[in-house]
Design a protein around this ligand. Structure first.
Ligand code: NAD
Length: 337
């Protein structure tokens, strides 16, 4: 089988995880990653035998001086790749989109970009087919991925009338020592926050409102969610639904998982690369239906929940697998989910 050739632009938090996950699949391979500066992550890419590309010849000199091997410039990567997974931070995506277009290759952008950049946003369970054969698509953010993973199956089975979520957000990723707050709780004062509309980029019909606060932790985000259901369901029905939902993992406070700290420990104990928890975690003993309203808590590992979605999006855009659940099963099997 001919493998899809994947380039990764921006070998940071999302980029390096994408590289690992793509190379775990048998129908795609990483043909190169990019770095703009000769940091330790660039040396690691060398150690992992990931061909390393840089913005231009001038910068290549800095890498060579630092003893880091360079395979070429990003323009050379465009010639090798069928698709670029763009994992750059905000504000450069417009320019890169133009470059991918000029090179005649496909591009996947991340949740830091607006839906309007691509006009298509992706979640494997909810709208795999919308990205079928597309030149550009966008993986929704970690928080949106979390909300769609639990709300989409709920809506399909019990017709969600309205949903309200408060997002308790981590202040920074664990490797980021610059951001805060370090000792404060910071509410998002623009109400409702942008997260509801982002969910609607996948489920436009969903009546959802969100609020958010940032707290001094780096491990995970946590959502408190309230959902008005359109048809009757018991607490047990909801738990059963999520038990059979891909990429949702139920845990119990009673068994010792009381916080994001134990979830991260569980991921490490499971032997996951980088201690990643790709699934959205729902506390089974924190799910409750009262009348027509469902209440629950879920936790999102911001660094990794989008990674299996990126792999499925590559399959949809490159027309490798038509069936969403077959793609998801294949991805999950290869990633040990
Ligand atoms: P990051 O800062 O960890 O990594 C970004 C990478 O891009 C770095 O390797 C950096 O060197 C490189 N880069 C910077 N400027 C560049 C340029 N002009 N050209 C090419 N490369 C450049 O960022 P991240 O956390 O991986 O985020 C990437 C995207 O993924 C953002 O859109 C972000 O919103 C989204 N995202 C992040 C998370 C998260 O929690 N970290 C979760 C989901 C989605």
């Amino acid at each position: 089988m001919k493998k899809v050739k994947v380039g990764i632009n921006g070998y940071g938090t999302i980029g390096k995880r994408t590289a690992t996950a793509v190379n775990q699949q048998d129908d795609m391979e990483v043909v190169g990653v990019t770095k703009t500066r000769p940091t330790y992550e660039a040396s690691v890419a060398n150690k992992l035998n990931l061909p390393l590309y840089v913005p231009d010849e001038e910068v290549a000199g800095d890498f060579k001086k630092a003893g880091i091997k360079v395979a070429g410039t990003i323009k050379d990567l465009y010639k090798k790749a069928d698709i670029i997974v763009d994992c750059t931070p905000g504000e450069v995506a417009e320019e890169y989109k133009r470059q991918y277009e000029e090179a005649g290759i496909k591009g996947i952008f991340q949740g830091g970009e607006d839906h309007s950049l691509t006009g298509i946003s992706f979640n494997a369970s909810a709208n795999y087919k919308e990205s079928w054969g597309a030149q550009f698509s966008r993986i929704v953010s970690c928080n949106t991925t979390g909300l769609v993973r639990t709300l989409y199956p709920l809506d399909k089975k019990y017709k969600v009338q309205s949903a309200f979520a408060t997002l308790i957000r981590r202040s920074a990723d664990p490797n980021d020592s610059k951001k805060g707050p370090v000792n404060a709780i910071e509410p998002s004062l623009k109400i409702p926050t942008h997260h509801g509309p982002d969910v609607q980029s996948i489920m436009p019909w969903l009546n959802i409102q969100t609020m958010a606060v940032k707290v001094p932790t780096t491990l995970m985000h946590l959502h408190t969610v309230m959902v008005k259901l359109g048809t009757e369901a018991s607490t047990e029905d909801i738990i059963d639904l999520w038990k059979n939902t891909p990429r949702v993992r139920l845990v119990k406070g009673k068994s010792g998982i009381k916080s994001s700290a134990q979830i991260m420990e569980l991921a490490k104990d499971l032997g996951r690369p980088r201690g990643d928890m790709y699934e959205i975690i729902v506390w089974e003993d924190g799910v409750k239906v009262v009348g027509d309203t469902l209440y629950f808590y879920q936790a999102v590992h911001q660094e990794s929940d989008v990674i299996p979605e990126i792999v499925d999006c590559i399959r949809s855009m490159c027309k490798i697998e038509e069936d969403p659940s077959a793609s998801m099963k294949k991805t999950d099997m290869a990633m040990g989910i």
